[in-house]
Design a binder for this molecule. Structure first.
Ligand code: M6R
Length: 606
């Protein structure tokens, strides 16, 4: 979390820093700040809240200086206020920081004993004073190398110095950091998204590296302070995707874009002519894979859950799933014949990356399903399956979820076919059905008015539940996550069959309960569970699929019918009303839909 930008130029940089910070707000938005260098001084301004506040509080565009750093924060150490906002500065050094310094308490004691005074509650300030201290006795490269060696934890840093007014130092360990190259200026950014409006020429720092960036030169160093050469990458340009267009929110746009997401995914992976799934350059022999472990966080974890059902249905492989923050600290039994699949929209989620790193260190087979193909997770996996859904800006993951489950479904189907566990006729039928999915999604997206009306009941309730069985269970969890994340309403997802083992006690008169009951093999069982909650006073919103069979139940509060398709693909359609429910509920409450409280798009701290 948190976003860093740095610019060294031959013209004033503050306006560009502010624009870039606005783009980086998806990484954190509880405070923001800038430091520029001019006339032998550090000009530091910072505010609580959004970048807009910073602009309203200061005449930022007239802040002097051809060199500067900026930051948007997602608080880890110290409450979100202007004192704890970055940059943090001494008389000579100013620092912006992403990540966490785990040994900051010990370092702080040591620095206080040396006479340094701390203004904030952050862990970042120790970096400022450490560098200031080392610079008393060492030249720049040595001072940086020594400082970085003292720090435990993960970080990306941007640093400017009053006495060296032509350079910015960038450093990376754990948290991503990139350098961008422009005409007569160079940039530092915590991701390529912030840099893309200024350049498409990028170099990513690797873990342990730092750089000295001037307007016309960038030098890179390893953790011993030795110079290293780095490649410059050319990024694709897709600026238009960063625009809301006529939509009120990015989330609304991203929900509506889902038929395109699925169309693009199908185009990328399905060969229409040969009616075949194309997954090229798969680096292992299929017979060397006996089991699959899928790992992710949040919505990406729900994609893993969904994939487990499909892999188990379409192959005889052993499949397990894990939440990345649990996986990374468990005593894992690594097995050579397991394929570890990491699912992540951003490709930068700290826990998912750490889980991947652990597998790489144990020489496991690693594959990632990611959206951002320049990301750390994509770069460090043995094999990548991109989801091709374009930038997702809203903090709530919507089109990336459908993109992830599409690729995982296609992958499961392909493996099932290669292992002769899905016979060719069925394989062809499933591919044919897949191709109808974009138009079914388009039709399901039209279910708008009904959901808008229904969302008021959820807003009035103390809490809500989302129930499903089988393929619908991960979707129930995803629906509950979306509602709590956006409208701050307590929402729990449960396997419908689990209700009588405890959660049924929560049901009271008028409580809204979403029941996902498509007419699949679980249908009758789920409907019985639905009756049990209705009998206890719940207001049930039933989401099912359109068929000729009537719903065999009474006293349902509301019913929404999605389009009909084969059982494998129904989860795609069932997801859409749940995304809209969360969206409209937050809209009615007047909440900040694209930036819900306490969250950030890219969770780069554990
Ligand atoms: O970028 P990732 O897919 O790795 O992110 C994982 C989660 O942080 C993310 O899905 C989160 O749960 C979303 N905000 C949910 O909408």
């Amino acid at each position: 979390m948190c976003g860093i930008i740095g610019i060294s130029s031959n013209k004033p940089v503050s306006a560009n820093i502010v624009n870039s910070l606005k783009k980086l707000e998806y990484r954190g938005y509880d405070s923001a700040g800038i430091a520029t260098l001019s006339n032998g001084k550090i000009n530091e301004v910072k505010s609580e809240g959004r970048v807009d506040n910073l602009e309203n509080n200061y005449d930022i565009k007239h802040l002097e200086g051809n060199i500067g750093i900026g930051h948007v924060r997602w608080a880890t150490h110290g409450i979100p206020n202007s004192v704890n906002a970055h940059p943090h500065s001494s008389h000579n050094v100013s620092v912006v920081h992403n990540g966490i310094i785990e040994n900051s308490t010990i370092l702080k004691k040591h620095l206080i004993n040396k006479g340094y005074k701390f203004k904030s509650q952050t862990d970042t300030e120790v970096i400022v004073h450490l560098i200031t201290d080392y610079l008393k006795t060492s030249e720049l490269v040595e001072a940086i190398t020594k400082t970085l060696k003292q720090l435990h934890g993960s970080f990306a840093l941007g640093i400017v110095f009053k006495d060296m007014p032509d350079l910015i130092v960038g450093a990376r360990r754990g948290s991503p950091l990139a350098v961008g190259y422009g005409p007569n200026e160079n940039y530092l950014g915590s991701d390529s998204y912030a840099l893309k409006s200024m350049t498409n020429k990028i170099t990513y720092l690797d873990d342990g590296e730092f750089c000295i960036l001037k307007k016309d030169q960038v030098l890179f160093f390893n953790d011993e302070g030795k110079k290293v050469n780095k490649k410059i990458l050319q990024l694709s340009s897709d600026e238009s995707s960063y625009d809301k267009g006529d939509f009120k929110h990015f989330m609304a746009k991203e929900i509506e874009e889902q038929s395109i997401t699925i169309k693009t995914g199908i185009k990328e992976y399905i060969d229409n002519f040969n009616k075949e799934i194309n997954i090229f350059n798969f680096p292992w022999k299929l017979e060397d894979i006996k089991s699959i472990t899928l790992i992710g966080c949040g919505t990406a974890y729900h994609s893993c859950m969904m994939a487990k059902y499909w892999f188990e249905e379409l192959t005889s492989l052993d499949v397990s799933i894990d939440i990345a923050s649990e996986f990374r600290y468990r005593k894992n039994r690594f097995k050579k014949d397991t394929l570890y699949i990491f699912v992540s929209q951003s490709g930068e989620t700290a826990d998912t990356y750490a889980a991947l790193d652990l597998c790489n260190k144990n020489n496991m087979k690693t594959c990632s399903v990611v959206n951002v193909i320049e990301s750390s997770i994509a770069r460090d996996s043995n094999f990548v399956l991109p989801i091709h859904c374009g930038p997702e800006i809203g903090v709530a993951s919507t089109k990336a979820f459908l993109g992830q489950i599409l690729i995982l479904y296609i992958f499961a189907l392909k493996i099932g076919s290669l292992r002769n566990e899905v016979q060719n006729k069925l394989y062809q039928e499933k591919i044919k059905d897949l191709k109808t999915l974009p138009s079914l999604i388009e039709k399901t997206l039209l279910l708008d008015n009904d959901i808008q009306a229904i969302s008021s009941t959820f807003n009035e309730a103390k809490g809500s539940m989302f129930l499903g069985r089988g393929y619908s269970y991960p979707i129930a969890l995803e629906g509950a996550l979306k509602l709590k994340e956006l409208s701050y309403i307590h929402a729990e997802g449960y396997p419908a069959g689990e209700m009588k083992h405890g959660p049924l006690a929560l049901i009271e008169e008028g409580m809204p309960v979403v029941v996902l009951a498509p007419k699949d093999s679980y249908y009758k069982k789920t409907i019985s569970n639905m009756q049990e909650v209705i009998a206890r006073g719940a207001k049930v919103l039933l989401i099912t699929n359109k068929t000729n069979d009537d719903v065999i139940s009474e006293n349902i509060w509301e019913t929404i019918e999605v389009e009909n398709t084969n059982n494998d693909l129904l989860p795609f359609l069932l997801t859409i009303p749940l995304q809209k429910l969360a969206y409209y509920s937050a809209l009615k409450k007047g909440y900040d839909i694209d930036k819900p409280r306490n969250l950030a798009k890219s969770v780069t701290v554990e």
